[in-house]
Design a protein around this ligand. Structure first.
Ligand code: AMP
Length: 114
């Protein structure tokens, strides 16, 4: 069972901000910005590069949830805004093998990223 499956099962506590049938969103335990939310599919996909055609609905649900969370937090504006990040593999910084979208906001985010 992945760490995020244990959060989905409420075995590990998390600050949950949104839930629907396919996805869960909760605050990152080590925030990299004033707002740092993780959005995960309830059915595990290990990482984005291993997603299959059958995962299409789950993948779409992640982005729809990201938008819903941004609207809920009041950051879905062009003046403020937010960034979505998916890390695949070691060089990208992936540490949990359960696909997740990072939603970062609340400060100016530099580009290109590090
Ligand atoms: P990644 O490095 O892209 O795999 O992202 C994994 C993220 O999970 C990191 O940003 C961690 O800070 C976060 N994380 C690890 N454990 C927890 C936890 N128990 N609750 C919330 N976020 C966590």
């Amino acid at each position: 069972m992945t760490l995020f499956e244990r959060i989905i099962a409420r075995e590990i506590p998390a600050d949950i901000v949104y839930e629907d049938a396919d996805t869960l969103a909760f605050r990152d335990i080590t925030p990299q910005a004033p707002i740092h939310i993780l959005i995960v599919p309830k059915r595990v996909i290990p990482r984005v590069g291993e997603a299959l055609p059958d995962d299409q609905a789950q993948l779409g649900a992640l982005l729809l949830t990201a938008g819903a969370v941004a609207r809920q937090l009041g950051i879905c504006t062009t003046s403020q805004g937010f960034r979505l990040v998916i890390n695949h593999g070691k060089d990208a910084g992936e540490t949990v093998p359960h696909l997740h979208v990072h939603l970062l906001a609340g400060r100016p985010l530099s580009w290109p990223p590090g």
